[in-house]
Design a protein around this ligand. Structure first.
Ligand SMILES: [Zn+2]
Length: 334
């Protein structure tokens, strides 16, 4: 009898019938899970760090298309505007060096971004452990996190950037020209973006130059053993991808080759207002999609939906992004 009583009580507790008020009063958490995702590429531990997502009106930002076509493509993928654009950064632990590719937006693009630091710490690292930072390009959503209130956010890191990229964005004559152009065309969104990007680039990079923590590389170079910079100009004059090869495994960090996967994989000719040279950017996108698709390379994208790591499949319908499955034990996916 006693045993039966306990059993019934246990059953009530397990189903929650006995205490609806307790279970029903839990507060909603309201925050997202920590944004980091870890895989192993050969001997290198790769951690994708989310800087957050930023809502962007892609029907107004995408070019060489129409707003109706963009909305149609997004609706076909069950996505509503404004498009929640992921901003992903990548931390590579070589065992001997800790390397960061891009640093997110910092405070330059509103309150939904600037989560890189929190996610870096959540993933088990501190900013002063980062030895090197490599830039895919000098746009605010990739460099804004370099500094905080004018102070280097990664005090021990050497910042590396492609020489063509740095020469373009750090040139005061170019900056003046962009500012004049924006003044002449006050309603031109692109002119305004470029003008602002010159100002923010100077703010982000200058503290590293002043501290002699800035180095150039040239696209094509092996920038660290196993890590090669590959030129992919178009989106910006020195837009760079990075290929990591370790112990026979390979991954390509392709930067901003694709901004809106649901649109630009089905219609790769679609460009974006932020492209410096849209026609060149489009050509590079076609080339890279074909290359990584046919080579079956693992790729990682700055703006592919977080964590943005997977493969590109080529079929008669075009290109498809196939995200890597979640792997509970990263060292098991070597
Ligand atoms: Zn970007």
């Amino acid at each position: 009898m006693k045993f039966r009583h306990i059993f019934v009580l246990g059953l009530i507790a397990a189903t929650g019938i006995a205490s609806p008020d307790v279970h029903g009063s839990a507060r909603k958490a309201g925050v997202q899970a920590p944004g980091f995702y870890r895989i192993t590429v050969g001997e290198v531990e790769v951690t994708v760090l989310s800087d957050g997502t930023v809502p962007l009106p892609m029907d107004h930002l995408l070019t060489h298309t129409t707003p109706a076509l963009v909305d149609q493509a997004l609706a076909a993928s069950f996505i509503k505007e404004p498009y929640a654009t992921s901003v992903n950064c990548f931390l590579l632990n070589f065992g001997t060096r800790l390397v960061l590719i891009d640093t997110g937006a910092g405070l330059t693009l509103g309150p939904t971004l600037n989560h890189l630091m929190a996610n870096l710490r959540a993933s088990g690292y501190e900013p002063d452990q980062v030895d090197d930072i490599f830039m895919t390009h000098m746009h605010i959503d990739h460099e804004g996190g370099l500094t905080s209130n004018g102070i280097r956010a990664f005090p021990n890191a050497i910042l590396h950037a492609d020489d063509r990229e740095a020469n373009y964005w750090l040139n005061s004559e170019n900056e003046k020209r962009a500012s004049d152009n924006a003044a002449r065309h006050p309603s031109d969104q692109q002119a305004k973006f470029v003008e602002n990007n010159f100002v923010e680039t100077r703010k982000a990079i200058q503290p590293y130059i002043d501290a002699a923590h800035f180095k150039w590389f040239h696209g094509g170079e092996e920038v660290l053993p196993g890590l090669r910079a590959i030129s992919g100009a178009g989106h910006t004059p020195g837009h760079t991808m990075f290929a990591l090869v370790s112990d026979g495994a390979r991954i390509l960090f392709w930067g901003d080759i694709v901004h809106v996967a649901e649109v630009q994989l089905t219609t790769p000719q679609t460009t974006i207002l932020f492209d410096s040279d849209p026609i060149q950017a489009r050509g590079e996108r076609f080339k890279m999609l074909k290359e990584v698709g046919s080579r079956r390379d693992l790729i990682a994208g700055s703006h592919l939906p977080f964590p943005g790591v997977g493969h590109i499949r080529i079929s008669q319908q075009g290109f498809t992004f196939l995200p890597l499955h979640f792997i509970g034990e990263p060292s098991h996916n070597k």
